[in-house]
Design a protein around this ligand. Structure first.
Ligand code: NAD
Length: 478
């Protein structure tokens, strides 16, 4: 069995224990044994990142840019192989896995260029004989805590800007997806980045992640995951006044108006709700449909779902792979029962199914006749389960769309410029989609939400500088 170590201070170190990485499409396929750090090893990584910070943060920007470019180029050159590994350990389809690996490569390339664009300002003073400069400086050691559902893209969109702006990194991937994290660390280890600047610390959230939260040398924490863990990160960071950024759950609405192109709307709904097995924070889990088009929408969605193939993530004809693990599958199936008990009509799927290999397979579940107060319409399920909610008119649909504790992504399908324009202005979400799925975003523009979905500055694109740098105002008397 292949063994994979942690990468700390430029060396590969065995952990205190190991974690078996199992393929959710085929439970007999063990991808490898991955090191699990204990608290002491997490401390060694934090100390290494702390020691590497002064030289890296003041070092030559061409070297920084070249290293990030090299990482991006290698990821892109190997995206088929890396995408296969990603799909094998996470369960999204091979096409989705390769797409995500390519995106990770592009993110490193984008920030390789951003290194050369770090800007300041020079302003006139209101006092005579004074010069003012406003500059951006790196924050220090950045602790990265990532979820399992985008095992390459999310680490990339945190590691690349952290390094680009001159910070050093301790990175803890989710327990379910150490393979993608290790592959990225392996590429980084050969990029010319000095020892200690980037550290991979695989291990448990409650051990390694908690260490990142508690250690004063970790000056900023970027977290993506559930609301409950995000709360814990926030409390810990506030207690010691550390900078932090949280990206959490969603209950994203897709509004379908009577005047929508039915094909466009059904495709956006089905892809948004169920692709990547519904395991996306931007998934369209609430589909809000105006009354006149409602019956036709349900029929067309049911027909499209019937044509989808659920199977092994690596099979060429699979549209939807397995759920990531047993506990997520149990949670999804329990929500199917909750939906039925609440009086929603299960019009498609929602069943555990068997395939040639033993994996966590279920059919995508579409509930009709839902209302926005049901638990299945309010709580993030994080699986292939969606509620279709009827709306009286556009105003009612908008009100339902905004009636949620979350605010990540919000979509509308309509041919009306008036309604699309109004919706873009009034949707209470960080991202708004018109005539396309709520999931699926570009890598060079801001990503993030409002309300319980996000806290702190946006991720990705040039806006990432807000989190990964701190501003200094200097006054010089002439
Ligand atoms: P999770 O909160 O269970 O875990 C996220 C990370 O936190 C993991 O690395 C985990 O090990 C770590 N962790 C757990 N306990 C910890 C502790 N006590 N201290 C420090 N770290 C700890 O979330 P998950 O199940 O991996 O991911 C699914 C969630 O992520 C969903 O809610 C989803 O909506 C969200 N998500 C959000 C976005 C976004 O950008 N908004 C993107 C992807 C996923």
């Amino acid at each position: 069995m292949s063994q994979f170590a942690n990468y700390i201070n430029g060396e590969w170190l065995q952990g205190a224990s190991v974690n078996k990485n199992i393929n959710p499409s085929d439970l007999s396929d063990v991808i490898g044994e991955y090191a699990q750090a204990d608290a002491a090893q997490a401390d060694i990584a934090i100390a290494a990142a702390h020691a590497a910070f002064p030289a890296w943060s003041t070092g030559n920007i061409q070297a920084r840019s070249d290293a990030l470019d090299k990482i991006g180029s290698e990821i892109l050159a190997r995206k088929e192989e890396l995408g296969r590994l990603l799909s094998r350990e996470e369960g999204k389809t091979l096409a989705e896995g390769i797409g995500e690996a390519g995106r990770a490569g592009n993110i490193f390339k984008f920030f390789a260029a951003e290194v050369l664009r770090i800007q300041g300002q020079k302003l006139a003073s209101v006092r005579p004989g004074m010069d003012i400069e406003i500059t951006r400086e790196p924050v220090g050691v950045v602790g990265i805590i990532a979820p399992w559902n985008f095992p390459m893209a999310i680490p990339a969109w945190k590691i690349a800007p952290a390094l680009a702006y001159g910070n050093t990194v301790v990175f803890k991937p989710a327990e379910l997806v150490p393979g993608s994290a290790w592959a990225i660390a392996d590429i980084i280890s050969r990029s010319g980045i000095p020892a200690g600047v980037f550290n991979l610390v695989m291990g448990r959230g409650s051990v390694v992640g908690q260490r990142f939260i508690d250690d004063r040398r970790v000056t900023a924490l970027t977290f993506t995951g559930s609301v409950s863990t995000g709360n814990r990160v926030a409390q810990g960071c506030i207690a010691r006044m550390a900078k932090f950024q949280l990206e959490m759950g969603g209950k994203n609405p897709l509004v379908v108006l009577n005047d929508a192109d039915l094909n466009v709307a059904v495709t956006a709904a089905v892809q948004g709700a169920f692709f990547s097995t519904g395991q996306r924070c931007t998934a369209s889990s609430r589909i809000i449909v105006e009354k006149d088009i409602y019956p036709r929408f349900i029929e067309a969605a049911r027909a499209q779902l019937a044509g989808l193939k659920i199977g092994h993530a690596l099979s060429a004809d699979t549209n939807i792979g397995p759920v990531v693990d047993q506990s997520q599958l149990d949670q999804n199936l329990s929500y199917i029962e909750i939906g039925k008990q609440e009086g929603a009509s299960l019009v498609s799927g929602g069943e555990r199914i068997k395939r040639d290999t033993d994996g966590f397979y279920m059919t995508p579940a579409l509930f009709a006749d839902c209302n926005n107060d049901m638990r299945i319409s309010r709580e993030e399920i994080f699986g292939p389960v969606a509620s279709v909610i009827p709306a009286d008119n556009y105003e009612h649909a908008l009100q339902l769309a905004n009636d949620t504790e979350f605010g990540l992504s919000s979509g509308i399908c309509t041919t009306s410029l008036k309604h699309a324009t109004h919706f873009k202005r009034h949707a209470q979400a960080g991202m708004v989609m018109v005539n396309t799925a709520t999931a699926g975003v570009d890598y060079h523009v801001p990503f993030g939400g409002r309300k319980a979905s996000s806290y702190g500055p946006r991720e990705q694109g040039a806006y990432a500088a807000e989190f990964y740098t701190t501003v200094k105002t200097s006054y010089t008397a002439a």
